[in-house]
Design a protein around this ligand. Structure first.
Ligand SMILES: C[S@@+](CC[C@H](N)C(=O)[O-])C[C@H]1O[C@@H](n2cnc3c(N)ncnc32)[C@H](O)[C@@H]1O
Length: 279
């Protein structure tokens, strides 16, 4: 079932957390000159028109990226990500939002590579058209869970897998719990970043507990909750990251309070950034 369309949610608080962490991870991997590869298992369309009927329906970006852009300068930990958002837009207008493929692509060095997996025909076509002539990017129309296992470890042996399913079906929760240990067995030093939703549903909390209980090296968790506890829908989100690159923990500890201050609705929710296994 492929009913999910990220167009409705582009630039929301969950995107802000996910994409700022993605940029920090890529930047940290690039502290060494050796080439690296980013693999995005659920890539989406790549770029989002915030004026589209889908984005305009809930205007979720107004409580996400728009609130971040209201305060300049942004903290240094956000600079690379915000530079990419700014580059998609003219002047102060916020009309376009870059998805994870655009953000990763903007950060690649000449020797780095990006692999994108996307199953939705429309989103896949958008990626194909954006990256057709780009020799550093490979777009797969393939199941991301199964596809990524077939291509790791990459030839560079350094890099990052972003796992960002929609969790619309229970299957996604189970598949994440299967794919993460399998990925780690195949590529022991690969960075694995899993995005997950914070919802009222007990199943979502049980999933986060099981994910964070996996026995993985340098395993770190960030969570940002911004909606009032009585609310429905997405209260916030988190990422569990294995093989967290050195230095990113300190950056996240600085970034999370700032993001919470900007994004929390009347100060609701909270944040955490902490090691799950000894660094
Ligand atoms: C949350 S969105 C991705 C957003 C994107 N990562 C970003 O941050 O801009 C999830 C995407 O996964 C796609 N998808 C769903 N199941 C998939 C699967 N098994 N393999 C690959 N893509 C899938 C959906 O069509 C949707 O575009």
């Amino acid at each position: 079932m492929l009913s999910y369309q990220h167009e409705y949610h582009a630039g929301n608080h969950a995107d802000v957390l996910k994409h700022s962490v993605l940029a920090l991870l890529i930047r940290a991997l690039q502290r060494k000159p050796k080439p690296m590869r980013v693999l995005d298992t659920h890539a989406g369309s790549g770029t989002y028109d915030l004026g589209s009927p889908e984005a305009q329906r809930g205007r979720e970006f107004e409580r996400g990226i728009a609130r971040v852009l209201e305060e300049r300068p942004v903290p240094p930990e956000l600079a690379a990500y915000i530079q990419i958002v700014d580059a998609c837009n003219r002047g102060d207008a916020l009309e376009t939002y870059p998805g994870s493929p655009r953000i990763a692509r903007a950060l690649l060095r000449e020797t780095d590579r990006l692999e994108l997996f996307e199953l939705h025909p429309k989103a896949h076509a958008a990626l194909e058209s954006a990256f057709r002539r780009d020799r550093q990017v490979h777009v797969h129309r393939r199941d991301g869970f199964e596809g990524v296992l077939a291509v790791v470890p990459p030839p560079e042996r350094r890099g990052l897998v972003l796992i960002d399913p929609s969790y619309e079906t229970d299957d996604d929760f189970a598949r994440v719990l299967d794919v993460v240990p399998a990925l780690h067995r195949r590529w022991t030093n690969g960075v694995i970043a899993v995005w997950y939703p914070l919802l009222r549903r007990p199943q979502a909390a049980a999933f986060a507990r099981r994910l964070c209980a996996l026995d993985l090296p340098r395993f770190y968790r960030v969570e940002l909750e911004v909606e009032p506890a009585g609310g429905f829908g997405l209260l916030g989100s988190g990422l569990a990251i294995a093989n967290l690159p050195y230095g990113v923990d300190a950056e996240l500890e600085t970034l999370l309070p700032w993001l919470h201050r900007r994004l929390a609705v009347d100060g609701a929710g909270g944040f955490r950034a902490r090691w799950l296994t000894a660094p």
